[in-house]
Design a protein around this ligand. Structure first.
Ligand code: UD1
Length: 362
């Protein structure tokens, strides 16, 4: 069986790493890794290959940053060409909900190459999010739907997708977290930043809905102000957000410390040592749940409700009152506690390997 993995953007790398490792331990499987080039900066891409000991990509499509339609079209065009001219592939595996995953699944589905979607079934039911449109399309193009939790299975069933395609396998990102946590804990990032375990918070922000509109970003930054007076807030800034902060000329509170985006190990250490995480990222809602760190999601909804029901996540939107109340609670050690969702146990990739081999044998 020949498998083609497609990655493009930062949140993809930690999902594909355990999968490639699990498949390499099985007999009769050859694999190649295709990087679309959606993310190309060292801090968003290369550092993850080093930290996660990922093999270098076999193919680079070099699409770069473009508007959504053009970026998706560029991957569609180049990946289709690769499938038509390259070695025959039995499965294309896409992860998550980024534009690269949508384009690769569409190219493969049209050529009738089976598609497996890792992290299938997540829904925010908010079509303002580009990722939501990607998720719906990718799931409906896929032959094998590999979900992280039962709520995702239910979403897929509601959309009429057959049960025979749906496999609840757990969360591959947690496979990576479990494997890398001991190494991450040896990182010296807290010392480098001069912060003390449990005496700081972490902020990440990059969703277009939060950062592309000046009044919204101004409101968010001002809502965070009171929390930064109590403890330093470390803010590794995505390039999109850095540009917006500069364009809008926003004045930042003194305790908010902007730093460059970090690699996987340093960022995991930073999260693990924090008292509180504030974020609009999806993956971080899951990682904080497993680490037991209170997380405030700076969005009006989440496609990962299990992190709220079972884990440490609270969806606070952009309400200053909620952000400050919940934030203060967490900073004083009284933040939300929770458990770990079923199958988030470090073995999701092995279950995916079983499903793929069984599908190929049919
Ligand atoms: C993408 C994903 C998002 C994911 C995020 C993680 C989609 C629709 N969005 O958003 O789901 O959470 O990645 O980071 O696929 N840029 C750089 N260097 C890079 C890449 C991008 O400076 O290596 C800048 C460019 O100005 C670019 C902007 O960031 O225009 C946005 O990049 P893009 O890949 O379009 O989307 P993200 O916001 O990163």
């Amino acid at each position: 069986m020949h498998v083609t993995h497609v990655v493009g953007a930062r949140p993809n790398f930690m999902k594909v790493a355990p999968l490639m490792r699990a498949l390499s331990r099985r007999d009769g499987i050859s694999q190649r890794l295709v990087h679309t080039g959606q993310h190309y900066d060292t801090t968003l891409s290369d550092v993850f290959f080093a930290d996660l000991e990922l093999p270098q990509p076999d193919v680079f499509l070099e699409v770069g940053s473009l508007p959504h339609g053009a970026q998706t079209a560029a991957v569609l065009h180049k990946f289709e060409e690769l499938l038509l001219t390259g070695p025959k592939t039995d499965f294309v595996i896409v992860v998550g909900d980024v534009n690269s995953s949508l384009a690769a699944s569409l190219a493969a589905a049209k050529l009738r190459v089976p598609v497996a979607h890792v992290e299938a079934g997540l829904r925010s039911y908010d079509r303002e999010m580009p990722e939501e449109l990607n998720r719906v399309c990718i799931d409906h193009l896929s032959d094998v739907l590999l979900t992280p939790s039962a709520d995702a299975d239910a979403n897929l069933a509601r959309e009429g997708l057959p049960a025979s395609r749906i496999h609840c396998v757990g969360n591959v990102m947690i496979d990576t977290l479990d494997r890398e946590l001991p190494r991450a804990r040896r990182s010296g990032i807290l010392e480098t930043l001069g912060v003390v375990q449990k005496e700081y918070s972490v902020l990440t922000l990059h969703r277009p809905s939060n950062v592309d509109d000046a009044p919204t970003l101004r409101r968010l930054i001002s809502a965070l102000g009171p929390l930064t007076e109590e403890r330093p807030m470390i803010f590794p800034v995505h390039p999109r957000t850095r540009k917006r902060l500069a364009d809008f000329g926003l004045v930042l509170p003194r305790g908010l410390r902007l730093v460059e985006p970090m690699g996987y190990l340093d960022f995991l250490r930073l999260t693990d040592g924090s008292a509180l995480v504030l974020t609009d990222s999806g993956g971080l809602q899951e990682e904080t749940t497993v680490l037991g760190i209170p997380c405030l999601t700076l969005r009006e909804n989440t496609e990962r409700p299990i992190t709220v029901e079972v884990g440490t996540n609270t969806v606070v939107g952009l309400s200053e009152e909620k952000i400050v109340t919940e934030g203060r609670r967490a900073l004083s050690g009284e933040g939300k506690r929770g458990g770990v969702p079923p199958l988030w146990d470090g073995h999701a990739a092995e279950r995916i390997a079983d499903v793929l081999l069984a599908s190929a044998a049919r």
